[in-house]
Design a protein around this ligand. Sequence first.
Ligand SMILES: [Zn+2]
Length: 149
Amino acid sequence: MSGTTGASSLPGPPPAPADAVTEAFWQATREGTLSVQHCPACGGHQHPPRVLCVHCGGIDGLRQVPVRGAAVLDSFTTVHRAPDGRAVPYTVGRVRLAEGPVLLAPVLGDPDSFRCDQPVRLVWLSLPDGRRQPAFTPAPDAPPDEPEP
Ligand SMILES: [Zn+2]
């Protein structure tokens, strides 16, 4: 698995409290497991957790299933001026998991080195209430950028 950093280094706004729909996701994070919601009716995966399947509309049997955390950085934005005085810069990425669903999550590292479609790996950030925030950082074995044609 991966390392965990303290809450004082949490970039960006803190996640919302868990509720009835998201509790299973957050509970898994306490054990260092990233999960997405699976629909038994159509086999679809989705994130964030919802009361119905976005693929087929099914409402029965939706449950969290673990994912590997392998992902690519679809897109990202780096915040240089935060509205509430928190430490900047920080980067929030749209991260596409190998299983398909997309997460919005902090991206750790040098913002100048981030590239779209870059492989990233999962890391965890500790939250004060014991949950962990999934975050991503460039994968160490990421292939070098292709030269411009
Ligand atoms: Zn479905």
